[in-house]
Design a protein around this ligand. Structure first.
Ligand SMILES: Nc1nc2c(c(=O)[nH]1)N[C@H]1C(S)=C(S)[C@@H](COP(=O)(O)OP(=O)(O)OC[C@H]3O[C@@H](n4cnc5c(=O)[nH]c(N)nc54)[C@H](O)[C@@H]3O)O[C@H]1N2
Ligand SMILES: Nc1nc2c(c(=O)[nH]1)N[C@H]1C(S)=C(S)[C@@H](COP(=O)(O)OP(=O)(O)OC[C@H]3O[C@@H](n4cnc5c(=O)[nH]c(N)nc54)[C@H](O)[C@@H]3O)O[C@H]1N2
Ligand code: SF4
Ligand SMILES: [Mo]
Length: 742
């Protein structure tokens, strides 16, 4: 028997923790957190419920091991095992036939959250020639990247450390969504006296730690952010020197925020004006201030852009830009940028002309305008994420053929039936396709609608390298501990296999992901094995880079058209949008909720699940057996409900059945979990493993008219819904009823 210990990495959340993996005769027999590699921290290992899944999921009975081809009707859930050659030959042949009939734009892709390596897919799409990559960018990440880019010329990252004088967390709950170092650091800094302000509709575990918790009515955050700007300017707490030297548009901003008083914000948001002023003082008078925002405001439809942009302005007027302990503007990366790995040079003007227009900035034109500036600093914005197509339009094009036929879909690292808006639309679109290919670890409800389901190599079975879309000069990851088990392949190998069959080999000279990574790090003087040994490439950043003196004897400033931080955005103005943030009144104000109606926020993160993932894990299901709908006790009382009651939540789009949990949040708001499906239930029609029972995206929509016009953001938070008592769904009957409302 041979016994050896190898390095490998976890993929069950974004931290990609390192492991020492013990193998006997090549089989994994044990694993332990690697204490030598980033991001090891004893508290992570102690608190994380998922890390043992690296061993238990490797050969779990529900993992996909072989390519599958549909045999029954689409959506019947019946598949047969086929060889990789049969699967990839047939997919390539059908793609080629569809391309010659309808053009390359007939192929769409769908991706999800930050768990997979998406640049190989983007390279494939660029080369194939289609603009129709769908994702979740418009409601996760893109609003922040875009608003930072138009304001500062580049995305910012929070810089937490000894220099941090105050912290503000806005619509993010790292106590549940971030199992790791960031939240530990927040708590440690807070314990040592650094004040913390939390803005969240709910009194979350994060909010409970805060010194000041502001709880706005959903969707009204822009009024709150503008009131903070108002208070800071009115009380003369802004950074005069930074504003004078490095910002444009301050006088206009002062006029713009004049009517947005804390008193007006109190009327719109329900947050007391005195609390808003107190939060403004904490933020503006304690030295470097770190401000991080999250998903809560990335998913507010028309109010996302004005809110996220107002937060960029808050950083700007207080001089919290590239200052230690506040936020960092990354340098260009020393290694090859993700945008280059995607090979945008292969995506020609003709192919680009097939973009289905959806938003002003999230478009090729918006990208070109913004990236033209950043290129002056040698940095390239991630193109495919920032130009991703609008799911509301492309899914409808699949159903209707308008504006042109979209007949094929490649799903990679996503489960749109659970996570995209408007589940019925997603199901109709999937049902209408000529070719649907899903690459996943499991036979998800989305995979149940596919023609081919391709088994993907996961944790420990593949090398890992997180590049953050190329916006940071840092990377982390590690090597594969073992080769893929059974017949699983990496996403990279699947795409390369298809590319070779489609005569596209010229863009795929490397033969493996490791080789690509060798090439990636060559610029930084490393190969992948050297990188993997450390698990982290993160040179010490430099700060105040805008102050460096350029060839013309002036400070180099920022990568915006004016070279300054643009309080009035010339890019937004050029695109026909407002240069200053313009809030939109919340669709449903807190004053006018009739009996039975609530304002729904969705998807608040909780451990141990992640989006639609890990519902196979029986320990997790025992811990958290039912999909929950949180609401304040007064709301429950007004609706005639008690904790533990099953309810149907419905609106004109659809309905979901959830179980009432009492939580601290404004009266009239309800918070629905998302992602729920029941893998133990039968696959295929009609139930799709329980994916249509408690799926809150049955109630959401992304119809373009209801979306915000700059980034194209749709609404997951602040949706009208009615709540009525319901029976426990049959799907949940076998699960023991126990103390389940945690
Ligand atoms: N109502 C509502 N909807 C939401 C949200 C919300 O808050 N409310 N949140 C939105 C947000 S922010 C996000 S990011 C999305 C998340 O949406 P998704 O990313 O669609 O959700 P996941 O459950 O993470 O699904 C990922 C799927 O990819 C598979 N997978 C994981 N890693 C890989 C890989 O490396 N390769 C391949 N091929 N497959 C892999 C997993 O097994 C899983 O089935 O949901 C969005 N939808
Ligand atoms: N356990 C777990 N962790 C995850 C994920 C997961 O599914 N499960 N998903 C990952 C992904 S894809 C993402 S994008 C990140 C997201 O990470 P976060 O951004 O931290 O997401 P949440 O923890 O849901 O925190 C968002 C908060 O916004 C609040 N909120 C909702 N609407 C509003 C509003 O209108 N105004 C204000 N002020 N607050 C509002 C909610 O109450 C919630 O507490 O988490 C990642 N981590
Ligand atoms: S789930 Fe996240 S925190 Fe836990 S071990 Fe894996 S990467 Fe680390
Ligand atoms: Mo996300």
């Amino acid at each position: 028997m041979t016994r050896e210990v190898r390095k490998g990495n976890c993929h069950y959340c974004g931290y990609l923790c390192g492991f020492d993996v013990t193998l006997e005769d090549g089989r994994v027999v044990d694993l332990a957190p690697d204490t030598t590699r980033y991001p090891y921290n004893s508290s992570i290992a102690a608190r994380c419920r998922r890390w043992r899944m690296n061993a238990s999921e490797l050969d779990a009975p529900y993992r996909l091991n072989h390519p599958l081809r549909r045999v029954g009707k689409r959506g019947s859930g019946e598949f047969e095992r086929v060889s990789w050659d049969d699967a990839l030959d047939d997919i390539a042949e059908r793609l080629e036939a569809l391309r010659s009939r309808y053009g390359a734009r007939t192929l769409a892709s769908a991706i999800g959250g930050p768990h997979a390596t998406f640049w190989p897919l983007h390279r494939f799409l660029n080369q194939f020639g289609t603009p129709n990559n769908l994702g979740i960018g418009q409601i996760c990440w893109d609003p922040r990247i875009w608003m930072d880019a138009v304001t500062f010329g580049w995305p910012t990252a929070c810089d937490l450390g000894d220099d941090t004088g105050s912290m503000m967390l806005w619509a993010t709950n790292p106590a549940e969504s971030d199992n790791s170092l960031f939240w530990e650091s927040i708590k440690a800094l807070h314990a040592s006296g650094t004040p913390l302000v939390v803005v969240d509709c709910r009194r979350t575990a994060t909010a409970r730690v805060a010194d000041i918790h502001l709880a706005p009515w959903p969707g009204t955050d822009a009024y709150l952010a503008l009131a903070l700007l108002h208070a800071i300017i009115e009380e003369d707490l802004f950074d005069h020197d930074f504003v004078a030297r490095f910002c444009t548009g301050f006088d206009g901003l002062r006029d713009h925020v004049a009517p947005y008083t804390p008193e007006r914000a109190e009327r719109e948001t329900g947050v007391p004006a005195a609390d808003i002023r107190a939060a403004a003082r904490v933020f503006a008078t304690n030295g470097a201030a770190m401000l991080l925002s999250g998903r809560g405001i990335d998913q507010l439809g028309p109010n996302t852009e004005p809110t996220v942009r107002s937060l960029a302005l808050l950083r700007a007027i207080t001089g919290n830009v590239d200052r230690p302990g506040s936020c960092l503007i990354h340098e260009r990366s020393d290694f090859r940028q993700e945008a280059h790995l995607e090979r945008p040079d292969l995506f020609d003007a003709e192919a680009r002309s097939h973009e289905i227009p959806s938003a002003l900035l999230q478009s090729y034109r918006g990208y070109q305008l913004a990236n033209g500036q950043t290129e002056r600093f040698g940095r390239t914005l991630p193109e495919r994420y920032l130009t991703s197509a609008h799911p509301g339009l492309v899914l409808r094009a699949m159903c209707s053929g308008d504006p042109y036929p979209v007949r094929a879909l490649l799903v990679m690292g996503a489960n749109p039936v659970l996570t995209y808006a408007n589940t019925k639309l997603v199901m109709d679109a999937l049902a209408s396709l000529d070719l649907c290919v899903v690459a996943d670890y499991y036979l998800t409800p989305t995979a149940q609608m596919a023609d081919y389901v391709l088994p993907v190599a996961a944790s420990l079975e593949r090398p890992t390298c997180q590049l953050h879309g190329g916006v940071a000069n840092s990377a982390y990851g590690g090597p594969a501990a073992i080769s893929p088990l059974h017949e699983r392949k990496t996403d990279y190998d699947i795409l390369r296999g298809l590319a070779l069959r489609l005569g596209m080999e010229d863009a795929w000279p490397a033969t493996s992901l490791e080789e690509e990574y060798d090439d990636l790090f060559a610029l930084a003087g490393l190969d992948f094995a050297q990188f993997a040994e450390q698990g982290l490439y993160a040179p010490q950043p430099t700060y105040f880079k805008h102050e460096a003196i350029g060839a013309d004897g002036q400070p180099v400033g920022f990568a915006t058209p004016s070279g300054k931080v643009e309080l009035a955005s010339s890019l937004l103005e050029q695109l026909g949008a407002s240069p200053y943030p313009q809030p939109v009144p919340a669709a449903i104000a807190h004053a006018d909720l009739p009996q039975g109606r609530v304002v729904l926020i969705t998807g608040a993160r909780s451990q141990p699940f992640w989006a639609s993932s890990y519902f196979h894990n029986q320990d997790f299901r025992t811990l958290h057996p039912h999909p929950l709908l949180g609401m304040a006790p007064q709301t429950a009382e007004a609706l005639g409900l008690a904790a533990g009651d099953w309810v149907r939540v419905r609106n004109d789009t659809g309905a979901a059945v959830l179980k009432v949990k009492l939580e601290d949040m404004p009266v009239g708001v309800a918070s629905a979990e998302y992602g729920w499906w029941l893998p133990e239930q039968p696959a295929g029609a009609p139930g799709f493993s329980g994916a249509l029972v408690s799926n809150v995206n049955m109630l959401t929509d992304n119809e373009l008219n209801s979306c915000e016009s700059v980034v194209g953001t749709w609404t997951y938070n602040g949706i009208e819904a009615f709540v009525e008592k319901a029976d426990c769904p049959g799907e949940f009957a076998p699960v023991q009823e126990n103390a389940s409302t945690h």
